[in-house]
Ligand binder design. Structure first.
Ligand SMILES: *Cc1c(COP(=O)(O)O)cnc(C)c1O
Length: 395
């Protein structure tokens, strides 16, 4: 059996997304900036895709800019708000300690330029409250950037409440919604979201394409300079096949949320229930406000990397921390931010499901994970020390 349980890293493309892509590779190959009919056909497809994406978010098509993915959208949103704020002498930015690196590294860059970055504590309940945002906002705050849902531990943040707080204080509010789009109902107007990042490959669309929603009236600055594509806000000939495919995948995902997500959440809950039985383990992330597909545990006395390799041999593709941090020896900044100590953070496992997963696959995971954890603990000198009392259990 082969189980793909790493959907937070990326998803398989749906047939809907693949079918939507092909005409723009073989027939409608024009450049949307060309004035002739072949180009105009591509232009029409581009604008239809923009309309689809806008409809899914509850905004206007002109408020959507297509990008190369979630990372670029995050960069552009944050840099735009920072530049706009700086012109008015506002250089304070509020975010959280468990953002994606696309946000955190952009904020690091701004900090070196003299911005003051305030990262909200996420250790309580593995989440933040709107009150924390409210308390942090100052006269010189130019941006609140808070993710919609965490990619590692699945916590879903109180976005509508934070939106209301930001609106009241007249501070621009950006959310990295890469993990939420297609999985949770989103309406940017109702939730008072000013800017939102999304990415095609997290909802069964293609990789290398995403979008930034930016409320009309908020200025965007280019991060890619060049031609006047995307109303002059993002240069480069548009990835028409990718954009049309992403729009089709997004519509498909958003139209079927109520049908797919309860089933995914039920599989998630069965995994959480089953894996909680493993002694000296702990669930990471908000246990109530949680992405339908996210399961994340720490198991004391083992190394996440060895766990992943053995699980892979048993047909389970999972992850330990995010794909960007694996390969480095530092434990995940997210697990450290929620208060896990280094030793415990190293023994983490993320299983992320989609509607393509089945109950039989959940059974398989529930069989092999406890076996592999027990096997690794048997070989672990740390585990021996814990058992003999030479070391104290943390979990
Ligand atoms: C995957 C992800 C990103 C990056 O998106 P790309 O399209 O891969 O650049 C950003 N933020 C979150 C929360 C993600 O999960």
């Amino acid at each position: 059996m082969y189980v793909y349980a790493d959907n937070a890293a990326t998803t398989a493309m749906s047939q809907v997304a693949i079918d939507a892509m092909i005409p723009y590779m073989n027939k409608v190959y024009g450049n949307p900036s060309s004035l002739h009919s072949v180009g105009q056909e591509a232009k029409e497809a581009l604008e239809a895709a923009r309309e689809t994406v806008a409809k899914c978010l509850g905004c206007e098509p002109r408020e959507i800019t297509f990008t190369s993915g979630g990372s670029e959208a995050d960069n552009q949103a944050i840099i735009s708000a920072a530049r706009f704020g700086a012109r008015k002498g506002k250089k304070h930015i509020i975010s959280t300690a468990f953002e994606h690196h696309a946000v955190l590294h952009t904020l690091n860059k701004l900090e070196k330029e003299g911005f003051e970055i305030q990262l909200l504590d996420v250790s309580k309940g593995h989440n933040i409250t709107a009150q924390q945002v409210k308390d942090a906002i100052r006269e010189d705050t130019c941006l609140v950037t808070v993710m919609y849902a965490n990619n590692e531990i699945g916590s879903v943040l109180p976005i509508a409440e934070i939106g209301a707080v930001c609106k009241e204080a007249k501070v621009p509010f950006h959310t990295d919604a890469v993990q939420a789009v297609g999985h949770l109902h989103i309406n940017v107007k109702e939730q008072n979201i000013d800017m939102l990042s999304l990415s095609g490959h997290k909802f069964h669309g293609p990789k290398g394409v995403g979008a930034l929603y930016c409320r009309r009236g908020l200025p965007l600055v280019n991060v890619i300079e060049g031609g006047a594509q995307e109303r002059g806000k993002r240069a480069g000939t548009e990835n028409i096949a990718g954009i049309c495919s992403m729009a089709a995948a997004m519509k498909d995902a958003c139209d079927h949320i109520d049908e797919n997500m309860p089933r995914v959440a039920a599989m998630r809950d069965r995994l959480i229930e089953g894996l909680s039985q493993i002694p000296h383990s702990a669930l990471n992330g908000d246990s109530v406000n949680r992405l339908p597909g996210n399961v994340n545990f720490c198991f004391e006395g083992i190394e996440g990397e060895s766990l992943l390799l053995l699980l892979d041999m048993k047909g389970v593709c999972a992850s330990s921390g995010s794909a960007c941090t694996s390969g480095s020896l530092d434990p995940s900044h997210v697990l450290l931010a929620i208060g896990r100590v280094h030793d415990v953070a190293h023994g983490s496992l993320r299983l992320s499901l989609s509607e393509y997963n089945t109950e039989e696959e959940v059974d398989h995971i529930l069989k092999v994970v406890p076996e592999v954890v027990a096997y690794l603990r048997n070989m672990s000198p740390v585990w021996r020390d814990l058992q003999t009392g030479k070391r104290q259990y943390i979990l």
